[in-house]
Design a protein around this ligand. Structure first.
Ligand code: ATP
Ligand code: MG
Length: 142
C-alpha cells in the first residue's frame, strides 16, 4: 500500500552540500517527493518536533544542532514508505549503519546524522501535520 512518511535533510548534510546526493538516493529508491520546503527551524520548533526526547541527555544539543542552519523538510511517498525510508537511512549511529545506507555512507556522528525519517504511522501523521499544517496530500498515481 502506498504510504506517506516525513523526512528532514538535517543541517549537517545541507552544510556538506549532500542534499542533492540524498534526494537522488531517495528518488532512485523509488520515493516520490510530494511536499518539500527549505527552512531554518527555530529552537522552539526543534524542541516541539523532538518532544519525545525531552528527558534525554542529548536533547539540548540536538535542538541546538537542528536549528543551527537550514534544513529541508519533506513528505515522501512509496509502498511501505515508513519502513523503507528507515532501511535506506541506516542506523542512528553512522558507525553502526551498514555501507550503502545514507547514514553509513555520508553521516559524521550520532547527532549529525544527515537525515530524519518517521518511525511509525502515528509519528508520520504528527510530523507531517507539524511541518505542513493543513496540507492535503493526494496519493499520486504515477
Ligand atoms: P531521527 O528521529 O532523527 O530519524 P532516529 O529515529 O534514528 O533518528 P532517535 O533515537 O529518534 O533516532 O534520535 C533522534 C535524533 O537524536 C538522532 O537522529 C540523532 O540526531 C540524535 N541522537 C540520538 N541519540 C543520540 C546520542 N546518543 N547522542 C547525540 N545525539 C543523539
Ligand atoms: Mg526517531
Amino acid at each position: 500500500m502506498k504510504e506517506h512518511t516525513f523526512s528532514i535533510i538535517k543541517p549537517d548534510a545541507m552544510k556538506a552540500r549532500q542534499a542533492g546526493e540524498i534526494l537522488s538516493r531517495l528518488e532512485k529508491a523509488g520515493f516520490e517527493v510530494v511536499a518539500l520546503r527549505l527552512r531554518r527551524l527555530t529552537p522552539a520548533e526543534a524542541e516541539g518536533f523532538y518532544y519525545v526526547h525531552r528527558e534525554r541527555p542529548f536533547f539540548r544539543s540536538l535542538c541546538d544542532f537542528m536549528s543551527s542552519g537550514p534544513c529541508i523538510t519533506m513528505v515522501l511517498e512509496s509502498e511501505n514508505a515508513i519502513a523503507r525510508l528507515r532501511e535506506i537511512m541506516g542506523a542512528t549511529d553512522p558507525a553502526k549503519a551498514a555501507p550503502g545506507t545514507i547514514r553509513g555512507d555520508l553521516a559524521s556522528s550520532i547527532e549529525a546524522n544527515c537525515i530524519h525519517g518517521s518511525d511509525a504511522p502515528e509519528t508520520a501523521r504528527f510530523e507531517i501535520a507539524y511541518f505542513f499544517p493543513g496540507i492535503e496530500l493526494v496519493r499520486s498515481e504515477r
